[in-house]
Design a protein around this ligand. Sequence first.
Ligand code: AMP
Ligand code: MG
Length: 337
Amino acid sequence: MRHLGVIALALTLTACGSEPIHYTDFAIGTTVHLTLFGTDRADLWAQILADLQWLDDTMTIWDRQTPSVLMRANQAAGSPEGYPIPPELEEVIRLGLEVGRASRGALDITVGPLVRAWGIATDHPRVPAAPELAAARALVGLDGVRLEEGRLFLAKPGMVLDLGAVAKGWMADRIAAKLRQAGVERAVIDLGGNIVLLGTKPDGSPWRVGVQDPFQVRGRYLGVLETSATSLVTSGIYERYFDEGGVRYHHILDPTSGFPVVNELAGVTIVHPNSGLADALSTAVFVLGARDGRQLAEAYGAGVIFVTRDRRLWVSPSLREGFRLTATEYTVVEDLP
Ligand code: AMP
Ligand code: MG
């Protein structure tokens, strides 16, 4: 399993008037960055790292020494009493359910059993045998999830909620809110490709954000988007994958077939001020493909950049003015790919 393009978007920052200060660390299974301007705020960075640890303790489902809250709630699947969960976890689950329903199940936070069957995010990913896949598919479905009075009810034993498609974006919003409360007016938060831009650059000009090339190593971008305060989130076939029998399998699953999504897309970037929503949409739109995905993004007022497997690029009208292609092997197309 390779962990390649975890920073889906490379940043180009030019200091104007005040020097950028960069903070970097490894947290929530990825590389995280913060850029501030002017004064060193190591205290804020320490707080962010503590918050990311809390996110892991609450919402991760990957093997850990002590199970997270979500892992314990998953273990209680099938219990008529449900399992008590904190309001933050409920908020993320509700976000997943909402976009899940809006995408008619393309985004499905109950995919956990399938994610496990494929060994996604483990050191031993593999193509599951047909009976195993069938058993996992039988446990997937949004109808099996109920939230009531601070408790999570999962209808069948063996169901597993996986918030990997939504939690990072939701967390990026929380971090942005805390920075604003601390008086920070301009900042770039990057949680492994979930980017939130606060304000503008110090000279008042828009940020320039590189859009990751899904066929290249991290940090190689295919174009640049000029934009002020918003969020950008990318989903793609390149972030986590493995090869078996000459076929490349990636980490975004079609909940209906149980297999990694195969459509015309290699990557989707969603642009929307709400990073939690952008994260949920990036996965949902990727699963839906260009035509239906565009409709879903537009229904939420989100901008979208599609990168196809055959290296065509489609940029939604609202983003076209700010976007510039830099990689020569791509062609920008007018009509949907
Ligand atoms: P993202 O990188 O935001 O697109 O999220 C991908 C992660 O979400 C995967 O690593 C899985 O843990 C999980 N996932 C995969 N397919 C789906 C899906 N169709 N709906 C919801 N979560 C998914
Ligand atoms: Mg996502």
